[in-house]
Design a protein around this ligand. Structure first.
Ligand code: PMT
Length: 399
């Protein structure tokens, strides 16, 4: 039997006839061990009463964005944080269009933007609507945003027609949530995250604004995909994601040493860290005193961890770098991909309010032959979308 023990599932119900199946879906989710809370759109309430879903879930149903009573209890941000899984079932064509374009004018759409939970979308609509270009394009966009589609199924429809567009049965939805694929089970990945600090004297260093969030999100997404993950982290203030083994380092040379010690036998190396290219050529033994006039620093190059991994005799099957650029993103990324002999590179524009130390990010990912655009979104779903690209890349190598 599928187990969702200890999982918090937020069910978003939108206004389609298949809403009549949601009390059964709530019951099945609870039978599988999940705690369930329900959010309804105004349209959903035309098909099923909030009271019914309150009775089966055991919790008050949330419906309004501007609900003083709800905000005094579990407000929308708390609800977004509470959820491990957000399941939108049924998802109408209208709801899908709104999600694809980032609307935030009702509670459910706002939660989708505010949550880092995995988001599942179970479309339900007439077969001709399902086959229409706008709906298919919007569904594709949901997938690039890291959301997972559940179905739809094929069969007889409420409108009397027969074809694709039915919502999956509650049992099938519960099974999909419980059986999420672990494509990297049995594989080990080494991931770097955060900045490095290059000492000038006992109290000063050269560093950068990396918070480590992107690298930690990648480590967490890989662990969720079944991988054993060794995370070599620069100085950051983050908790270790579940299932990840962490090694803390300070300098680029420490990071290089710890990565190289772990690379043998690894399937993949993902270099997300913002490693200092240069370090001061010497570290003053005592605090450098202020003196009149200028102070010149002499810098020497640090080892390039990513390039060394890529040309290592025990090179992992998948070597992926990041590229932080302030301009000419695609050309600079393609150049690094070729120069450092990488399988994949994820490029982000950086600068004021971009990528470094931000909750959200956008990435352009390149391989020798492929290109994926991952639009701006929180780093957790972005990392999950990256892992899907890694899975495809490994599959195309026959790994
Ligand atoms: O940590 P966050 O606040 O979440 O921000 C995330 C991020 C912006 C740091 C991240 O998304 C990112 O872009 N990381 C790479 C930053 C960087 O150093 O880029 P680069 O273009 O200078 O380096 C290219 C690649 O070479 C990177 O994979 C880097 O890890 C690697 N490198 C660089 C220098 C060096 N000496 N050794 C390396 O391995």
């Amino acid at each position: 039997m599928t187990t969702l023990a200890d999982k918090n599932v937020l069910l978003g119900v939108t206004g389609g006839i298949a809403a009549y199946k949601t009390p059964e879906l709530v019951r099945r989710l609870r039978d599988a061990g999940a705690s369930v809370r329900v959010v309804m759109t105004p349209g959903a309430q035309a098909f099923i009463s909030p009271l019914t879903l309150q009775a089966v879930s055991g919790h008050r149903v949330h419906a309004d964005l501007l609900d003083a009573e709800a905000e005094a209890g579990m407000g929308h941000i708390e609800l977004a944080r509470w959820a491990d899984e957000l399941v939108i079932a049924p998802a109408t064509a209208h709801a899908i269009a709104r999600l694809a374009h980032g609307f935030a004018d009702d509670l459910l759409a706002t939660l989708v933007l505010a949550t880092e939970a995995r988001i599942w979308v179970a479309p339900a609509m007439n077969r001709v609507m399902w086959a229409s270009r706008p709906v298919l394009d919007n569904c594709q966009r949901l997938q690039t945003l890291g959301m997972r589609l559940l179905g739809p199924a094929s069969g007889s429809q409420a409108c009397g027609e027969v074809g694709e567009g039915r919502m999956l049965e509650p049992d099938e939805i519960v099974a999909a949530l419980g059986d999420h694929p672990r494509p990297f089970l049995g594989h080990r990945f080494v991931v770097t995250a955060g900045p490095t600090h290059e000492a000038l004297d006992p109290v000063r260093f050269l560093g950068n604004r990396s918070s480590g969030r992107m690298g930690f999100a990648v480590a967490e997404a890989l662990a969720a995909a079944g991988a054993d993950v060794d995370l070599v982290a620069g100085p950051v203030n983050l908790t270790t994601p579940p299932g990840v083994t962490r090694c803390d380092v300070l300098t680029a040379r420490d990071m290089h040493r710890e990565v190289m010690a772990r690379i043998e036998g690894a399937t993949g190396f993902i270099g997300v860290a913002a490693v200092a290219d240069y370090r001061p050529d010497s570290v003053a033994e005592h605090k450098i005193k202020k003196s009149e006039g200028e102070l010149a620093l002499r810098l020497v190059p640090n080892p390039d961890i990513l390039a060394d991994v890529a040309r290592h005799s025990a090179r992992p099957a998948l070597v992926m770098g990041f590229a932080a650029e302030t301009r000419d993103l695609a050309n600079a990324a393609r150049d690094k991909l070729a120069r450092k002999q990488l399988d994949l590179i994820a490029a982000n524009l950086v600068g004021e309010g971009l990528a470094f130390d931000c909750a959200d990010n956008a990435l352009e990912v390149f391989s020798a032959t492929g290109h994926w655009s991952l639009p701006e979104q929180p780093k957790a779903p972005l990392a999950r979308a990256l892992v899907e690209i890694m899975v495809d890349c490994m599959a195309s190598k026959g790994g």
